[in-house]
Design a protein around this ligand. Structure first.
Ligand SMILES: Nc1ncnc2c1ncn2[C@@H]1O[C@H](COP(=O)(O)OP(=O)(O)OP(=O)(O)O)[C@@H](O)[C@H]1O
Ligand SMILES: [Mg+2]
Length: 327
């Protein structure tokens, strides 16, 4: 709608995963390096967690592209884990391109095992990626653990990557999953983007969409970071609405106020962790000063000083006594 107004060839802030728009910050690179290492070295279980909208699925799509492109890895990607156990095994077989002639779960597992052994002989890696893993029911989670038992005497036959929101950590911490937890060899928590990354992320999207000149002011970038907390999905929604708002108001340059207004309409009042910590420190300092003034005015400070001094002297005496018995 506003693309022509800003000289863009397409919408830069679509929330659909488009590989052309992928932005890799420091943390994305680290997560990818860990994932690729885990798969290459056949580490078995890998867990990736992150806040809602932090970019987990986008990262996994990027990983899948890399793995599928290398010719030595077969992947099965489960994006909706609300399945029965048998459906789950059948889904894996289908996604790996295996024709399943079996009927029962046992037969399907047998087919999968044969496939994995065959891949192992050809030096091919097989990876199962489960997205939205925080939504796995306990029965399926246990089944996944059992799948990780498929191994030769030397290495795992199936690499498993569980990807989910932070609740996944809580699920895995429950006593009933301690066996699974013990098998996790790599873990990575994908944090939100930093302020600098948020700006780079937005600029990259605008550049790919064809922007030739700046569209957001420096202060607008900062406001987007504050209100989105560096969460890519929120950044997209905020920027998209800010551009729409700017278009309606005939503003070629989106400023801080415009972003603030849009964030208010979207009810985005999230603060970045750094700003939240800063605000808390200020609050404590103000409370400390107020308490000091109150105590001094009420004449309570002198007795407190006296008590503290007495305590200090008592401690000093104990130390001296201790020292004289030693020497
Ligand atoms: N690294 C990235 N590069 C480019 N765009 C990204 C990136 N990460 C996230 N996005 C954008 O943010 C949107 C939300 O990201 P994504 O769906 O990957 O988050 P998620 O962590 O999987 O969310 P959920 O917790 O809801 O599953 C994506 O559709 C994409 O537009
Ligand atoms: Mg996701």
């Amino acid at each position: 709608m506003y693309e022509h107004f800003y000289g863009l060839k397409e919408n830069p802030f679509n929330v659909t995963p488009n590989p052309e728009y992928i932005y890799l910050g420091e943390n994305h690179r680290e997560a990818l390096a860990q994932l690729l290492y885990g798969v290459r070295e056949q580490k078995g279980f890998i867990v990736i967690t992150g806040d809602v909208g932090a970019g987990k699925t986008t990262l996994i799509h990027y990983l899948l592209e890399k793995l599928d492109g290398n010719g030595h890895t077969k992947t099965a990607f489960l994006f909706n884990p609300k399945l029965t156990v048998n459906d789950f095994i059948q889904y894996i077989l289908k996604d790996l391109g295996i024709k399943a002639y079996g009927q029962t779960k046992g037969e399907h597992l047998h087919i999968l095992h044969r496939f994995l052994l065959n891949a192992f002989r050809k030096d091919e890696k097989v990876v199962l990626i489960v997205d939205e893993a925080h939504g796995l029911n306990p029965e399926l989670l246990e089944e996944i653990r059992l799948l990780s038992n498929l191994e030769t005497s030397k290495s795992k036959l199936l690499q498993i990557v569980l990807v989910g929101q932070t609740e996944l950590d809580k699920t895995l911490a429950q006593p009933e999953f301690r066996q699974l937890k013990q098998r996790i060899n790599l873990r990575y928590h994908l944090p939100p983007l930093s302020e600098k990354e948020t700006k780079e992320y937005i600029e990259k999207r605008l550049r790919i969409a064809g922007a030739k000149s700046p569209i957001f002011t420096e202060k607008a970038f900062r406001e987007i970071y504050i209100k989105s907390g560096g969460i890519p999905r929120l950044i997209n929604i905020l920027c998209d609405n800010a551009l729409l708002n700017g278009y309606a108001l005939d503003q070629k340059l989106v400023d801080q106020n415009s972003v603030r207004e849009v964030a208010k309409d979207l009810k985005l009042m999230k603060k970045s962790p750094k700003i939240l910590i800063g605000s808390l420190i200020c609050l404590f300092m103000v409370a400390g000063i107020l308490l000091f003034v109150y105590l001094q005015k009420g004449g309570h400070l002198i007795p407190i000083y006296k008590e503290a001094l007495r305590g200090f002297q008592y401690i000093k005496e104990i130390i001296y006594k201790g020292a004289s018995t030693i020497f």
